[in-house]
Design a protein around this ligand. Structure first.
Ligand code: NDP
Ligand code: 8X3
Length: 249
């Protein structure tokens, strides 16, 4: 029986790339997200690789939906807590509280709901690996990003605590904290404004979802006695939240 990876937010970006790369190394995939058509297409692509792909359409903010879709999973070897978003880029006095709710409810509470369901299964099996997708925003608060940064600071704290909590159960917990990755992230952050999203990557070669997936497949294939606690992955042109070198035309 092959290993099974559960990936939240597999309809796009990092999650989609990770699903494909994990399938390449023989994982059966459970791919989740809210967009059923995207998941159907991903399933077809993954099954051509000769592994199984199950798709689950639900919103990680809905705890009852998380239970309805995940309770029956018998075994999960790898949980990739990836579903997340930034919404808006505003000073604190101008932010939209609906955006704030979406970020906290998805990036923090959604990750917790899914983990609360899957971690006991791993504890019972005395094995498993949880990889949380954090961000450089999880250690570098930046102007206009108070709530996104707060949500990723929470992911950073939760990752460290859960690593300690699950240590005696033989479960690895890793966190990946990327800088700029070109996905649908900026389009979502700017509520569908493609021109503004494109500006984020102007003059820079950003990371891709596949770059992050490459780190994931490396991390999951390390020997049993080795764990990556925390890894920061950056474009070569970005040193931190405030330091990006852009090529000018
Ligand atoms: P994308 O927007 O391309 O992908 C986000 C994924 O999350 C989609 O599959 C989306 O699926 C899913 N998702 C969002 N909200 C929900 C929800 N409520 N319920 C279920 N699934 C949801 O962005 P990325 O791939 O870049 O983002 C993945 C993770 O990486 C996020 O946690 C993000 O914060 C983090 N990150 C991204 C960086 C970047 O520069 N791109 C840098 C650092 C971290 P659907 O809409 O179908 O539900
Ligand atoms: C995404 C990277 O710098 O836009 O988490 O916050 S950043």
């Amino acid at each position: 029986m092959g290993k099974l990876a559960l990936i939240t937010g597999a309809t796009s970006g990092i999650g989609r790339a990770a699903a494909l790369r994990l399938a390449d190394i023989g994982y059966d995939i459970v791919a989740t997200g809210r967009r059923a058509d995207r998941l159907d297409a991903l399933k077809r692509e993954i099954e051509q690789k000769g592994v199984l792909c199950t798709t689950l359409v639900f919103d990680v903010r809905d705890e009852a939906a998380c239970h309805a879709h995940l309770d029956s999973l018998e075994r999960v070897d790898l949980l990739l807590n990836n579903a997340g978003l930034a919404a808006g880029l505003e000073h604190i006095d101008c932010g939209d509280t609906a955006d704030w709710d979406a970020m906290i409810d998805t990036n923090v509470k959604g990750l917790l709901y899914v983990t609360r369901i899957i971690a006991p299964k791993m504890v019972a099996a005395h094995s498993g690996h949880i990889i949380n997708i954090g961000s450089i925003a999880g250690t570098e608060p930046y102007e206009n990003g108070a709530v996104y940064c707060a949500s990723k600071h929470a992911v950073h704290a939760i990752s460290q605590s859960m690593r300690a909590d699950l240590l005696s159960s033989g479960i690895k917990v890793s966190e990946i904290r990327p800088g700029m990755v070109e996905t649908e992230f900026s389009l979502v952050r700017f509520h569908g404004d493609q021109a503004r999203a494109d500006k984020t990557y102007e003059g820079v070669t950003p990371l891709t979802g596949d770059d992050i997936a490459e780190a994931i497949v490396w991390m999951v294939q390390l020997p049993a006695h080795m764990n990556v606690n925390d890894i920061v992955l950056m474009p070569a042109q970005q040193a931190g939240a405030y330091y990006t070198f852009r090529n000018h035309k």
